[in-house]
Write a protein that binds this ligand. Structure first.
Ligand SMILES: NC(=O)c1ccc[n+]([C@@H]2O[C@H](COP(=O)([O-])OP(=O)(O)OC[C@H]3O[C@@H](n4cnc5c(N)ncnc54)[C@H](O)[C@@H]3O)[C@@H](O)[C@H]2O)c1
Length: 270
């Protein structure tokens, strides 16, 4: 059901790789709620071609940008403002990649060059996005920026590897830049900490199947789906959350504050 929550708003969505991506679902929901969009992803991801289907559905241009390149981001924001004929009201940062995870290195034997790349893509990129918007004065007063994160930033999930460090940094940048952008232009910056979700990035985590069913049993409401995450992002882009900023917001069916559940105890007693 649509509520016209984003009527007249203009947003950039990073990270729609395929129809499972959280960014893909969020783009669909934002479109349903009346927003105009620009879609972006790394040039290598665009070559897959999937994003063009989404672009047609939500009637949005696709502008390639590697989030580790300030030049690409500058071009993205300039072209987006040109397309919209004005400033940008919301941004979804839905980007993550762990090179050590991908290459099967465990946390105690990480390759530092790969780790630097992981931090650059998955965390420092949020700073780059905000800094680019800041330098170009690309965001509307009261605009909203949301980045996606995971609870491994606060608690240990061994196979999440160096992504845990990246997410801790992402959440810190959210607070720090959120402070400056709040003072300057009432821009809100928040992270949404999502349940494990079956996507390309999610499925890269070792033992993901066991892990997703454990999280399901450990959450009073069950795991939050990608569609529900998209709904939550819509509320954060809307005018209904104007005073929410610098927060890490758990969207996980209660997992983050649950010590144990009967379902898990029953499983242990078997
Ligand atoms: N899937 C989960 O279980 C889960 C849980 C919590 C948080 N998250 C976070 O949600 C976000 C989206 O991930 P997803 O699960 O939808 O998976 P996904 O694989 O669909 O999305 C990750 C995106 O990052 C993009 N990307 C990677 N390197 C890039 C670069 N250099 N420049 C630009 N884009 C780049 C990829 O092309 C892809 O579109 C990530 O930040 C992820 O860590 C995922």
């Amino acid at each position: 059901m649509a509520y016209n929550l984003l009527k007249g708003k203009k947003g950039i969505i990073f990270g729609a790789l395929d129809e499972n991506s959280i960014a893909w679902k969020t783009a669909l929901r934002c479109h349903e709620e009346g927003a105009q969009l620009v879609l972006t992803n790394a040039p290598v991801a665009l070559r897959m071609g999937e994003i063009n289907k989404l672009a047609t559905t939500v009637n949005a241009p696709v502008i390639g940008a590697d989030v580790t390149s300030s030049d690409d981001l500058k071009k993205l924001f300039e072209e987006s403002m040109k397309h919209f004929g004005g400033s940008i009201d919301f941004v979804l940062h839905s980007v993550g990649m762990s090179l050590n995870m991908r290459k099967g290195k465990s946390y105690t034997e990480i390759d530092y060059e790969w780790s630097k790349k992981t931090l650059d893509i998955s965390a420092m990129s949020l700073h780059r996005v905000l800094r680019t918007a800041w330098d170009l004065d690309a965001l509307t007063e009261g605009a909203s920026v949301v980045a996606l994160t995971y609870i491994a930033a606060q608690r240990v999930f061994p196979d999440y590897n160096e992504m845990a460090d990246a997410k801790a940094m992402l959440e810190s940048i959210t607070r720090s830049f959120g402070y400056y952008y709040g003072v300057k232009k009432k821009v809100r910056v928040n992270t949404v900490s999502q349940s494990p979700t079956r996507t390309t990035a999610g499925s890269g985590v070792k033992g993901f199947d066991g892990f997703i069913s454990y999280a399901e049993k450990m959450s009073p409401l069950g795991n939050a789906s990608a569609e529900q995450c998209a709904d939550y992002c819509v509320t954060l882009f809307s005018d209904l959350t104007k005073m929410v900023t610098m927060q890490n917001l758990f969207h996980d069916g209660g997992f983050s504050f649950t010590g144990v559940t009967e379902a898990v105890i029953n499983q242990m007693e078997k």
